[in-house]
Design a protein around this ligand. Sequence first.
Ligand SMILES: Cc1cc2nc3c(=O)[nH]c(=O)nc-3n(C[C@H](O)[C@H](O)[C@H](O)COP(=O)(O)OP(=O)(O)OC[C@H]3O[C@@H](n4cnc5c(N)ncnc54)[C@H](O)[C@@H]3O)c2cc1C
Length: 426
Amino acid sequence: MAWDFSTEPEFQRQLDWVEEFCRTEVEPLDLVFPGAAYSRNPKAKALADPLKQQVKDRGLWALFLDAELGGPGFGQLKLALLNEILGRYRSAPVVFGTAAPDTGNMEMLAAYGTDEQKSRWLYPLLNQEIFSAYSMTEPQGGSDPSLFKTHATRDGDEWVISGEKWFTSAGAHADIIFVMCINGMFVVPRDSPGIEIAEQPALHNHIRYNNVRVPTDHLLGPEDGAKVLAQRRLGGGRIHHAMRTVAQVKLAFDIMCERALSRESHGKIIAEHQMVQEAIADSYAEIAMLRLLVLWTAWTIDNSSTKQARTQIAACKYTCAKVLREVTYRALHIMGSLGTTDLTPLQAMWAAAPTMAIADGVDEVHKVTVARNVLRDYEPHPGLWPTEYLPAKREEARKKYADLIAADPDLAAWADAAASGRLSRR
Ligand SMILES: Cc1cc2nc3c(=O)[nH]c(=O)nc-3n(C[C@H](O)[C@H](O)[C@H](O)COP(=O)(O)OP(=O)(O)OC[C@H]3O[C@@H](n4cnc5c(N)ncnc54)[C@H](O)[C@@H]3O)c2cc1C
């Protein structure tokens, strides 16, 4: 019997350590020196690097990268369990070497890079000696890649890249940018001549590539292979978002439950008001459903591939956005006025919900993927009536008992009554 919802004790011990470590080391760093774990400032590094070393010493560094790609090889299911903890703390992903957008970029490099490209970019990225960004979306539209225009033209030993990208997260701080052109995926050093980064938006950059030249060996994967590489990258990224969202909604739930037990109104603690109980009960069930969907998807990836799990990953993506929206809203609401301030994490979490429904593909596009893939397993019913049209099914089933019905008037009357809808209990 292979169905099992338990975690093997050895890995559970690791998870317990992670929980304690995040609570006692990562969260205080986040609260007192926000951004330190990402910073290149020597004083910040002196604070964050020893934490990263502890993670490495436990064998928990960069767990997103599976064995076949040269990583530690724990698989997506264990990563999901880990991310259920990390997602609660802002800088935990970077302290554990599993922060986006580097993770997806590393996955592409690991899967499609030459040995030379791996040693030049993958291993420095893994060690956080360098950071990367991903330039795919363009100002005229993100959901439909057929609208993209950025392209590369071959000129001798170089590719010349021209185009405009929008919402390249951390592009201004990256050492290298993975630029999706209509004819290939390119690795572009951020300080290349011709790169122009607009002031706004500040975190997710608007970048013009004005005839940016890179050597031919900066093409990643095959020429014209950008869409395949992008799918590879985004598939992994989306499930990782969902894993971390499980942590976020659990945090919102904890805040909500604690408050419900602590606050009084109209003669009783608010946890005793039925509408508050409904908010708690609905949130409990939605979190459990999301969590099981995410773990099942991670398990499927481990036992087949990201491609095989595409429908499930798409379902995780819009479901995590929805559960984040619902649960953080309820938690914020139950906190009353305090929930509307930035004195708890809830306001930021609630504001993140619409973002989750847009980043890495809008909900609509993922829902189309799910519906289209699911419908492949169905066919239209051949005649006028649906397969489950009961009169037709009953008539067909009656053939199985034809001899009995012919021989026994009682049974015949019973079957006739059922067929005419006049059946009473016999
Ligand atoms: C926080 C954040 C970080 C991001 N980081 C990056 C990054 O690092 N690199 C990068 O390249 N991009 C990044 N993006 C961009 C993201 O991938 C795009 O925003 C996304 O693909 C949607 O594209 P768009 O913004 O152009 O919206 P549009 O494509 O214009 O869509 C807008 C709306 O139109 C409707 N719509 C669109 N298509 C359909 C459809 N097929 N069916 C029904 N309705 C539809 C939906 O309501 C949708 O919300 C990031 C976005 C966010 C929010």
